[in-house]
Design a binder for this molecule. Sequence first.
Ligand code: ZN
Length: 212
Amino acid sequence: MLAADFSRLAEETTMVNGSLADWFHLDVMDGQFVPNISYGFPVIEAIKRHAIKPLDVHLMIASPEKYIENFRNAGADIITVHYEACTHLHRCLHQIKETGAKAGVALNPHTPVELLSDVLEDVDLVLVMSVNPGFGGQKFIYRALSKIERLKTMMIERNINAYIEVDGGVGLQNAERLLQAGANVLVAGSSVFGAANPTEAIARMKSIGAIT
Ligand code: ZN
């Protein structure tokens, strides 16, 4: 939703409701963990009022453990925190689960998936960043493909069924390769909202696989 027109938020939300997308993906940025500021609770609450699909809230913020309850109350169904932002990641993931939300962990492009080895059983979702977080509309980093493959292998070896989500520079040009690598949730922003017909853009992505 970062790429949506915020002056038409209700219409944009209705468009996603009526499309083949499965989730709303909301990028929260705090100007500290990432160099940009996006939006917070009032916008999430506004989307929640109109949304008929789950809200997948991606927290690109420092000290996310302070706000888990607030994001859940604002309407988050899935809450994803950054590995790099959590000193006590295990505690934070369980804090999310205790609110009844699904718990996700996100990795910046420089963070190896192997660092998740000791929390993999505790997550519902792993988000692999395929751009450096902070801005929409960036170019896809192709090394993300091998990270997804390694993560998928780790999960298969340990019989773990968490979602593998990719975020950043995702579009029709790389969706198939991402799904082949093992991803099963694709976040599309600019490639959907920048299209002449967003509903059709979502349908085209969905004809390849999953999308949020
Ligand atoms: Zn995101």
